[in-house]
Design a protein around this ligand. Structure first.
Ligand code: C2E
Ligand code: MG
Ligand code: MG
Length: 727
């Protein structure tokens, strides 16, 4: 067919066009109204033809009412695409996109109106806008979802919309159902997704929309069927809400009051709603994750310090209001660092998780538990007095000490607990935690696995401790420490056996501080390794210098702390080797004094270090021998070279037979194992004589010399080592 012959078909073409076509004459009377126009305006052609165009269009803007001859009401629309609302006689409204053009036919100017129904697009835009606006206004997922359902119901009043979530274990969790009574949620809550039961469960199971057209007669067993029917709902269409990765996280359902299927509008609404649900749910999850990260400890899942503080403060406010008491427990895992250092951080993590789980098990629902830092936990016991606190602390220590298997190793975890009470010890949480911390510290000193209550005296001690710690830190860095040297004499050969290096601190601020006071402090406050390094270096430097100056000093003994062996960062053997080398000394020039505490350390790292030091050629000496609780059997397996009889035995020698029997036994042990035995703290000739009679050869004590500064020791050597008579 050519164009010429097509002309005859124009009326048919117009009639069948998808868009509404309206033609008006120069008097604005409708002269053509196609079938799409009938549908759009919901009006029959014969009603409209011959009538004015104004009945089809919304009123024009003011100021444009008077028309000049030859003008049309539609002229202001010519050349534009406009979106206009169209009110229909059946009281419904549609949106149309309208374009108007002038057409010239012979000497008459007509207007051609082409209109397209854009209601769906328009509705969707508005819908999306409303829901997004809700999202911007509130963080609450329930509020956003409620708005979403309400918007759906506003656009399509025949729908009652609901949203359920699917939890991690695959169960339905009702989220919103604005049109339903709240009891309805209980019917759905906890339903497992599966091929039956409810349209939601099935939709979640299949991952695709499910229509139950007739709830009453649906063959699948339908939980809450009667209740749903009683509310007047007959059909339900459920659409899965899927993430971008394709997992179903929820279900959007449209309930209908008649048995039916969704229409095109419903399908479009569902499509948009589902994409908005994904957005809102993922956003809520992200918020929850951020919240969790900000307030919970990743490792143990417990509240972190911030949340703990918040919860604890709430507990205090409540206790104040109700005139109740509460207790704060500060719990520190014993020897945690050791586990971390020797078994590695993953093992440390397992221990912390075990401890936190055991603590959680042991407390009541109303109590507050949080991870304070590292290996420290805080529990706030509400409505709790000192009696209950003691009870619980005892129980906690017991449950914590149950064996815990980590890989190949079985540990018996222990903790020290400090307790402070509200309102007796303080009225705010910071103070109470601080006091419980101090009490915990005291518990640690009592021995591991103990608890202790806070007292005012403790506070004073803690303050002094802090001053001392700060001063000691400065002393180490500013060379305020010195070393005194005490000679050890061989009373058989009358020769100098060696010297022991003993650190001294004459603080400008605090005066003389005894090593018994500052060494334990250094051990607890992590200052010990810098102190030990300083002493080792200085003692070796001094020995090298003495040798250069011609003083025949066979060896130097340096005291090290258990902590030095637990500190794997220090790499003690390598450090010793480097120090000796830097001062031009031989490994045999140095003895390292350790206490039985080091030897009793079950830590495999410590044993390795001892063997490495021995292999290096540096000798090991057991200080204060006889005061520890260890069995003698272990001595056989250790690379030890020397025993130092503890001073307390020497002190009691001349008036206590039992002590004499003990010192005799120590001598025999040393002899039989071919170890050098040194008696220290010898002050009187009677003590020396008794020891000598038992076979002791090496003596250290005031009888010969107190520890001396280097120059004084040089004088002492000059004066005394030339004599051979020591009796
Ligand atoms: P220790 O290693 O058992 O040292 C012997 C202590 O006995 C020294 O006390 C010494 O001055 C004292 N003493 C020596 N002869 C006599 C005596 O005849 N009678 C009495 N009553 N006491 C005597 P000091 O210097 O106060 O040191 C005490 C403890 O501090 C040492 O005991 C040692 O465990 C520790 N210490 C000292 N210097 C260091 C050091 O550089 N590092 C480490 N980690 N600990 C050290
Ligand atoms: Mg010593
Ligand atoms: Mg000693």
């Amino acid at each position: 067919m050519d164009e010429q012959s097509l002309t005859g078909f124009y009326p048919h073409i117009l009639e069948q066009a998808a868009n509404a076509v309206v033609v008006v004459d120069e008097n604005d009377k409708v002269i053509l109204f196609n079938s799409a126009a009938e549908q759009l305006w919901a009006r029959a052609r014969n009603e409209v033809l011959g009538a004015g165009i104004s009945q089809l269009m919304p009123p024009m803007k003011e100021g444009q009412q008077t028309l000049m001859p030859g003008q049309s009401e539609l002229d202001h629309l010519v050349g534009h695409n406009v979106e206009l609302p169209i009110e229909r006689p059946n009281n419904t409204r549609v949106w149309a996109e309208i374009s108007v053009s002038r057409i010239q036919a012979e000497d008459e100017t007509m207007r051609l109106v082409v209109a397209k129904n854009i209601t769906l697009t328009k509705v969707h835009k508005a819908f999306r806008y409303q829901v997004l606006r809700a999202m911007a206004q509130t963080d609450s997922l329930t509020d956003v979802m409620t708005r979403l359902c309400q918007e759906i119901e506003r656009i399509a009043p025949e729908i009652s919309a609901t949203v359920v979530r699917i939890d991690a274990s695959g169960h339905l969790r009702p989220l919103v159902a604005p049109d339903f009574p709240s009891e309805h949620a209980c019917l759905i809550d906890g339903i497992e997704i599966g091929p039956k039961i409810s349209s939601q469960a099935i939709a979640a199971f299949r991952g695709e929309p499910v229509l139950v057209r007739d709830i009453e007669h649906d063959p699948g067993w339908y939980i809450g069927r009667q209740e749903t029917l009683a509310l007047g709902y007959k059909a339900c269409w459920s659409v899965p809400i899927k993430t971008h990765e394709g997992s179903t996280i929820g279900i959007l359902s449209f309930y209908y009051r008649v048995c039916r299927r969704p229409n095109k509008l419903h399908a479009r609404l569902a499509e948009i709603a589902v994409s908005l649900c994904v957005l809102a749910m993922e956003r809520a999850d992200a918020f929850a994750r951020i919240h969790h990260l900000a307030f919970f400890d990743d490792l143990t899942g417990l509240p972190n310090r911030s949340l703990l503080q918040i919860q604890a403060n709430q507990a205090i406010s409540q206790a104040t209001r109700n005139n109740e008491r509460l207790a704060v427990l500060f719990i520190d895992v014993d020897r945690f660092k050791q586990v971390n250092d020797s078994l590695g951080h993953p093992a440390g993590d397992i221990l912390l998780r075990t401890v936190s789980a055991r603590l959680r098990e042991a407390i009541r629902e109303v109590d507050i538990l949080g991870r304070y830092s590292g290996d420290e936990f805080v529990i706030v016991l509400t409505q709790c007095d000192s009696v209950h606190a003691v009870e619980l602390a005892g129980r906690l220590l017991a449950v914590l000490s149950a064996p815990c298997r980590i890989g190949e190793v079985t540990l018996n975890p222990a903790a020290s607990i400090g307790i402070s009470l509200f309102p007796d010890n303080g009225r705010d949480m910071d103070a109470l935690i601080h006091e419980a911390d101090m009490a915990m510290y005291q518990a640690k000193q009592k021995g591991r696995g103990c608890f202790s209550f806070f007292s005012g005296q403790l506070n004073q001690i803690a303050k002094e401790r802090l001053t001392l710690e700060t001063a000691l830190r400065d002393a180490i860095s500013s060379n305020e420490l010195e070393i005194y040297y005490q000679p050890q004499i061989n009373i058989e050969s009358h020769q100098l056996h060696g010297v022991e290096a003993l650190v001294r601190w004459n603080s400008t601020q605090l005066g003389k501080v005894a090593p018994e006071r500052f060494i334990p402090l250094a051990e607890e406050s992590n200052l010990i390794s810098s102190l030990s390094q300083w002493v080792l270096n200085e003692a070796c430097r001094q020995l090298a210098q003495w040798r250069q100056h011609g003083f025949a000093i066979p060896s130097i003994s340096v005291n090290l702390s258990p902590a030095d062996f637990q500190n794997l960062n220090l790499k003690l053997p390598q450090y010793l080797e480097a120090i000796l080398r830097s001062h031009g000394l031989q490994p045999g020039d140095l003895l390292v004094e350790i206490t039985e505490g080091v030897l009793m350390d079950s830590n495999p790292g410590t044993m390795r270090t001892l063997h490495e030091i021995h292999a290096l050629g540096v000798r090991l000496s057991i200080d204060d021998f006889g005061t520890g609780y260890s069995s003698l059997g272990y001595l056989r397996h250790l690379p030890v070279h020397e025993l130092k009889l503890d001073q307390s035995f020497v002190r009691d020698l001349d008036h206590d037979r039992a002590t004499r029997a003990l010192t005799n036994a120590v001598m025999h042990i040393g002899d039989s194992m071919e170890l050098t035995v040194v008696a220290e703290g010898v002050e009187h000739p009677t003590q020396r004589n008794l020891l000598k009679a038992q076979g002791y050869q090496i003596i250290q004590g005031y009888l010969f010399s107190p520890p001396l500064p280097p120059t004084a020791l040089e004088r002492w050597l000059d004066e005394n080592m030339s004599f051979t008579q020591w009796e």
